[in-house]
Design a protein. Structure first.
Length: 251
């Protein structure tokens, strides 16, 4: 009664058919804002921060605006369409609830509808989230953590953070690494799996490192990744890792 507006979709005459179709899908059947918008104290979506990212349980749904730092800045409508249909745009790979959405729903969009979603999202106004401040790590720590990365991460994510095309996310030029670190921490502690789609048959899996690394070690390697490969993001704290370890009951 307080927040629901029972109104049907009204096309915007000044916009293209593709834009209107994309908005209809995003706001209607796709209900993207249910995850990708923040919520107020009563659980309603914050309209002023539409699609600017939101927490969903132990995952984070990132900014879908063309923000050049933590959003879809640099992604074309076709990049977005490819991601929706396959689970990857060649850099990022869907995981967690988004992997489920791709595997069980979004991969079945028509090519036209997937492109319409991309057309609409790329036309949004970018959020005003500023570029993150790069973590400060001593050269000795960077050298030490480079060895830790090579031993534990490089087999899949590559020595240069290039990932494996259509299977494993790249760390280089991946905006998803620069904002809220929730998803990175979750993946380290519980592992995760990419979606299985008709276009990308091999759904690569990430193992849990909770048994192997303590909170400080997990925080350090994530901070290293967020500072390397052309990235610059804030440090991940051991306290944040510890809180999620408890929440996920990650041994």
């Amino acid at each position: 009664m307080r927040f629901f507006d029972n109104a049907g979709f009204e096309p915007v005459a000044s916009e293209s058919d593709a834009w209107n179709r994309g908005k209809y899908i995003v706001d209607g059947g796709g209900h993207c804002a249910a995850c990708h918008s923040p919520r107020n104290a009563l659980g309603a979506e914050v309209a002023s921060a539409y699609l600017q990212g939101g927490n969903i349980s132990d995952w984070y749904a990132p900014d879908l605006t063309p923000n050049p730092h933590v959003g879809l800045g640099g992604s074309s409508a076709q990049d977005i369409a490819t991601y929706l249909k396959t689970g990857t745009d060649g850099v990022a790979v869907a995981a967690g609830p988004m992997a489920e959405a791709v595997e069980h729903s979004l991969q079945y969009l028509t090519d036209e509808d997937a492109l319409a979603v991309g057309t609409y999202l790329t036309a949004l106004s970018a959020s005003d989230t500023p570029a993150p401040k790069a973590a400060s790590l001593a050269e000795t720590d960077m050298a030490r953590l480079a060895d830790v990365y090579e031993v534990n991460c490089s087999a899949c994510h590559g020595l240069d953070g290039e990932g494996i095309e259509d299977m494993v996310p790249a760390f280089s030029a991946n905006h998803g690494l620069l904002g809220d670190p929730t998803n990175m921490i979750h993946a380290m502690l519980k592992g995760t799996r990419a979606p299985h789609t008709h276009a990308a048959q091999t759904a690569a899996g990430m193992p849990s490192f909770a048994w192997k690394m303590d909170d400080t070690q997990v925080a350090e390697i994530l901070t290293y990744v967020r500072k390397s490969f052309g990235n610059g993001a804030e440090a991940v704290s051991p306290e944040a890792v510890g809180e999620m370890r408890d929440a996920l009951d990650a041994r």
